[in-house]
Design a protein around this ligand. Sequence first.
Ligand code: SOE
Length: 382
Amino acid sequence: HITGAGEAPDTEPDTLTGRSDDDYRAAIIGTGFMGQVHSHAIRAAGGRVVGVAASTPDSARASRRHLGAEHAFPDSHHLIASDEVDVVHVCTPNHLHGRLAIAAFDAGKHVVCEKPLSTDVATAEAMVDAARGAERVGTVPFVYRFHPMAREARERVRRGDIGRVVLAHGSYLQDWLLRPGDDNWRVDPDLGGPLRAFGDIGSHWFDMLEFVTGDRITRLCAQTSTVNPSRGSGDGRPVGTEDLVTVQFALRGGAVGTSVISQVSAGRKNRLLLEVSGTESTLAFDQEQPEFLWRGEREGSALLMRDPDTLSPDARRLARVPAGHPQGYQDCFNAFVADTRDTIVGEAPDGLPTFADGLRAAHVAEAVLESTRTGTWAEVRA
Ligand code: SOE
């Protein structure tokens, strides 16, 4: 029985969308920053945050109000078993993703699972199989796909506007783990997986690379570096995961490229930069300036603004507000959850990142690991 629900939910269909908020009865496992972002997005998509579970019942109770959830479940088992829940949002440390997502599919739920989908390929494969077997939707928030100007870049590449793609490069840089005292569960390979910076933010960059170019990496050569060998208070404890990754890669279509992934780049907060050059022109997207797309031409480069009147249809669909009214990170999440909801009710919005994309990211991560272990190029399987 669901308690703490406050007012009875309004289940009247929305006159604009034809949906009722009972179309998306979601519950969130994990109450950190990502849990909060998910809770806003569920409500923005017209859904209900039916409940929340955390590492302890106390923590779930403490976070319930904060996340605007109707109920605090004592643990993830009760949440997954609840008849009131249709969609489980997994926002826990990475090592729990596989077990929780598979249990949720087995209970007949749809699943939104944070990235990286899993810490190894075999688990990601089992998660994809579980979704297929249960005939349920499984999505992964590679949310930068939902910036309208990133969609615009993808559409322009797809139309051939930039010519044949020959080069793709960029970086994803953060500084929140710059100092030895900076700590987080992701630093521990048992919780976060063997690749930390790559799994946490490199997975986004490589997803964007393949999404925007419409191409696939075939092989890569990577090196990693651990700048802070110990972390935490006092003398700290030894660190088993990397702070930096550099990758050189080749795409199936013939383009080549490089990427730099870092969580120790002072002054860079969350800067994902992707630049794609074709034989005619270049496009560059910067996640910290998401209202713009740079179009480089030999004669006359331009900074294109997110103006719905000038966007291609797929990008315009994601433009929530008129030009000059900035939209950003949370808007991407909102659009991602809205597309997840539409997919659950049988529509097929373009570009939704699913568990198959999470598995793809696990394959790329596996090639990075293999390359760093052998010191040579590695094939990206699948
Ligand atoms: C932390 O590095 C983090 O919150 C990532 O986990 C997210 O995926 C990224 O969007 C922002 O940074």
